[in-house]
Ligand binder design. Structure first.
Ligand SMILES: [Zn+2]
Ligand SMILES: [Zn+2]
Length: 353
């Protein structure tokens, strides 16, 4: 009798436990797609993000991108233009994976050439054997109006990842005073480490440690001595994003590699004059990093006359989707250019030899 009672107790315990788990639908995922369209999209997004991440590794940045690489980039366009994925688990996993890769790569020495890293948005790093130069590094976030239901202040690059990148850099150049280009937290890290921050005059005007280099009449021409003792030759062109000052530095490293970053250059008047003459007033540019939506990009590229073009600002998540810009749109805009160009996602790099 006692034995039967014990068996009954065990059966009751199992049934009770099973029911308790089944009564927690808030935590449990739906079991099937039929009738659960959000769950379906969530799982599909996870597969697409993971496959894009893998695709970028298997088909790394290249001139004349292959169809396979374009497929990875265009999948990301679709995902980054669907706000349901903003700050989703799948998106966070993708960002984390890309940033961990860039953190690992930027730590490796560069023996020859200049390695161009795209971190996020127009946050780029150019590294040679002797110097590492940062541009507009930001941790990035999503457009606040889409964030109300997310309940977090998630950033695309984590503090730890950004700190690891900053640690490798010798200097940062800031183009203009917009929050998708200036991250005060990042600036303070550079200042605290005694690394120069070179900006135009509207950016953090009274902050010690930020140097304001700009010549409204023409080129600001200077030499920058880094903490390491290495020297950079710097020419800053006086660009604009409409009414906002936008510095366009052309920087030559000790190995004689020259890199240019255009920030958010977008101004019809200046395109008509100084841009057309950059090629005559600066060393030959090896790597031009240019905002993909600058006005008349084909004409602008002729003014810089660079060996390699790297497009920037695609899929800025702080913008509404109509101005997030897509990788496919960049390929479309540049289909007739004679300049070799490389379109990179976040957390990718390309060595210019
Ligand atoms: Zn911008
Ligand atoms: Zn801007």
């Amino acid at each position: 009798m006692k034995k039967i009672f014990n068996v009954l107790m065990l059966v009751c315990a199992v049934v009770f436990t099973t029911n308790t788990l089944a009564q927690e639908p808030a935590k449990a995922k739906p079991k099937k797609f039929h009738g659960n369209p959000d769950y379906y999209l969530e799982v599909q997004g996870m597969h697409l993000f993971r496959n894009a991440d893998k695709g970028l590794d298997e088909f790394p940045p290249m001139v004349n991108a292959s169809t396979a690489r374009k497929l990875a980039l265009f999948s990301l366009d679709a995902l980054h233009h669907d706000t349901r994925y903003d700050n989703s688990e799948a998106m966070r996993e993708f960002c984390n994976s890309r940033m961990e890769k860039v953190v690992a790569e930027v730590r490796k020495p560069v023996k020859k050439g200049v390695k161009i890293f795209r971190v996020y948005n127009e946050g780029f790093v150019a590294k040679t054997k002797s110097v590492t130069i940062a541009f507009d590094l930001v941790r990035g976030t999503y457009l606040s109006r889409y964030k109300q239901f997310l309940g977090t202040d998630y950033r695309i690059v984590t503090d730890e990842q950004m700190e690891a990148i900053i640690e490798q850099c010798d200097v940062m150049f800031l183009s203009h005073n917009h929050t998708d280009h200036i991250d005060r937290w990042v600036v303070d890290k550079f200042i605290a480490a005694g690394k120069p921050v070179i900006a135009q005059s509207e950016i953090l005007p009274n902050v010690e440690g930020v140097s304001h280099w700009r010549n409204e009449e023409g080129i600001y021409d200077s030499e920058l001595v880094l903490k390491s003792g290495e020297k950079l030759q710097v020419k800053i062109f006086p660009g604009y994003q409409r009414q906002i000052l936008n510095n366009v530095p052309v920087i030559t490293t000790p190995e004689k590699y020259t890199v240019c970053h255009t920030g958010d250059q977008h101004d019809r008047k200046s395109t008509a004059d100084w841009i057309a003459t950059v090629k005559d007033n600066a060393p030959k540019i090896d790597a031009l990093i240019i905002n993909c939506w600058t006005n008349d990009i084909l004409k602008t590229l002729k003014g810089f006359d660079a060996r390699y073009v790297f497009t920037a600002h695609e899929n800025e998540m702080g913008h509404t989707i109509d101005h997030r810009e897509a990788y496919w749109l960049t390929f479309d805009k540049l289909k007739t250019t004679e300049y070799p160009f490389v379109v990179m996602s976040w957390g990718e790099w390309f060595l210019v030899k």
